[in-house]
Design a protein around this ligand. Structure first.
Ligand code: ATP
Length: 517
């Protein structure tokens, strides 16, 4: 089993993540968080809210921000006036290119299929010979390992190697849009070439109808991002709070996208949760704020335990930028299925506020009453947008945490989650079910529960109880034993090192509190 399979199986076995409506066969792209998963995800969202919104000025490295700033939150409705999505450009342009395979009946996103040709290692790339076969494989140009692309064609590759010697892969760009090239593309799992259709634009927004009538005038969309709710409330927030530019508005909430090909567990889902900030600043300061948020968001993941070797900050090339963005970077994580986006940070200029100002006819310009220069008082702020996915973050933290090691000759599975993110912070056990141990353990458990998510377990051998908590990611276990009655101490066992120490029972709460921050 590879790491992903092991993780999916652990998530199901221990109640982290289940397929949605599983007893009816599930629903592609939808997932349910179980008792442990819901705690993990809530801890991630709480950490984000505390660090970015409520304590944003305490959690940043001192002096790193271009200036002081405010942060407030919002919780907008998922259904909005459909004109929002006209103005934002989503109705016209929120499309992915879709491709179908007539032979295998599979559906792909054209930009997630690499089409390549096999060449003798030393041959100079020239025009394609008419009879030359092209291969399509799930993946992305430049991101997918050659070995993975070749894998399904091993036999054919071997026979070609015998004829041509070493082989190399050359991506053939735009092969799917060109009918004559497409006819020569062998689709994944297909026997005959030419089974793929030309890419068609597919709008990712889910449509529904509001009210009793189902007609064109009742169409509404499930929001595909939380950001637009922030833009359309910009003026209300300015009018009702004391915030002054520069400031940010944050929102956590569900978003929906009818993804063509949901895959990689929860990574690409059709229903997911976003954690987004729209940060409003003066246009001339936008470059500084962009760099600030890009670096601060990158560091946030490291602070919660993602390793710097697996995290990657990828600045977009100029030709990759959306037409409204002047800068964009992705925080990427090396998942077992490849380097993939956790979060995007973009300088969206004044594009969104301007679109909504024009479409609604409402003046959305900010008024700075303290600006001495009268010409500069009214303006449309620029927006820096750090847009993160709570589910992708949860998946990255789980992948990073998953570990199998050997303790005392026995292998164990352990989730080395950061204590702040761990669903259960502490488990309390009586060593055995007699001599007053359960009573003492229960009373400690009840006291700890007022501060931390705690768990009580008195069943089975102590070693097994420890290992169950290791698998659930619980950072500390406390055991009440015979000595507790004599001197008021308990054993505290640490998850990652398995080290044990004796502490006074009254010192446990303070010990845990110090490690949860
Ligand atoms: P991708 O290129 O992977 O489709 P995107 O660039 O379209 O993602 P954004 O529109 O920038 O994504 O969305 C911001 C964040 O929302 C992403 O970084 C990701 O964390 C999250 N997100 C987007 N789509 C999904 C999805 N289908 N499932 C889970 N999370 C998602």
């Amino acid at each position: 089993m590879d790491l992903m399979e092991k993780l999916v199986s652990l998530c199901k076995r221990r109640g982290y993540i289940f397929p949605s409506s599983e007893i009816y066969g599930g629903l592609n792209g939808c997932w349910d968080y179980g008792p442990l998963g819901v705690e993990l995800k809530r801890n991630i969202k709480n950490a984000w809210w505390q660090d970015m919104i409520s304590h944003h000025d305490e959690t940043a490295a001192p002096g790193s921000a271009p200036g002081s700033f405010g942060m407030v939150g919002l919780d907008c409705s998922i259904l909005m006036n459909p004109t929002v999505w006209q103005a934002s450009g989503h109705v016209g342009g929120f499309n992915d290119p879709m491709v179908d395979c007539r032979e295998t009946k599979s559906r792909y996103r054209a930009d997630q299929l690499v089409v390549y040709r096999l060449l003798a290692a030393d041959s100079v790339p020239a025009t394609l010979a008419d009879e030359e076969l092209l291969y399509a494989a799930p993946g992305e140009v430049g991101k997918t390992a050659e070995a993975d692309l070749i894998q399904p064609h091993r036999k054919h590759v071997e026979s070609l190697r015998k004829k041509l010697g070493e082989l190399r892969l050359e991506p053939v760009l735009d092969a799917l849009s060109d009918a004559s090239l497409r006819a020569r593309v062998l689709a994944p799992g297909a026997k005959e070439p030419g089974s793929l259709t030309a890419p068609r634009a597919f709008n990712l927004m889910f449509k529904t109808n509001v009210g009793a009538m189902e007609n064109n005038s009742s169409i509404a969309y499930l929001r595909p991002e939380t950001a637009q709710g922030i833009f359309v409330n910009f003026k209300s927030v300015c009018d009702t709070t004391r915030v002054r530019v520069p400031f940010g508005i944050g929102q956590i909430g569900k978003a929906f996208r009818n993804e063509i090909n949901p895959r990689n567990f929860t990574f690409r889902s059709r229903e997911f949760e976003q954690m987004e900030i729209e940060f409003f600043c003066r246009p001339e300061e936008a470059d500084d704020w962009y760099r600030y948020w890009r670096d601060r968001r990158f560091q946030w993941y490291i602070g919660l335990g993602l390793s710097t070797e697996r995290l990657h900050l990828r600045e977009h090339d100029r030709d990759e930028l959306a037409h409204y963005a002047s800068d964009c970077a992705d925080v990427e994580y090396a998942f077992p299925f490849g380097l993939s986006e956790l979060e995007g940070i973009a300088n969206r200029t004044d594009f969104d506020l301007r679109q909504h100002m024009e479409a609604s006819g409402k003046d959305l310009r900010y008024f700075d009453d303290q600006e001495p220069d009268a010409d500069k008082r009214r303006y449309l702020p620029y927006v820096i947008e750090p847009s993160a996915g709570a589910d992708r973050a949860a998946l990255a933290f789980l992948c990073e945490a998953y570990c199998e090691d050997e303790i005392g000759g026995e292998t164990r599975t352990v989730l080395k989650l950061h204590p702040r993110l761990a669903p259960i912070k502490v488990a309390v056990f009586p060593l055995v079910k007699k001599d007053g141990m359960p009573e003492r353990a229960l009373s400690l458990y009840r006291a700890l529960r007022t501060q931390f998510n705690a768990f009580y377990d008195e069943k089975g051998a102590i070693g097994r109880r420890y290992r169950r908590q290791d698998e659930a990611g619980t950072p500390y276990c406390v055991t009440v034993d015979g000595q507790t009655a004599d001197d008021g101490t308990v054993t505290l066992r640490e998850r990652d090192s398995c080290e044990q120490q004796r502490l006074p029972i009254d010192a446990i709460a303070a010990f845990l509190a110090a490690r949860m921050s």
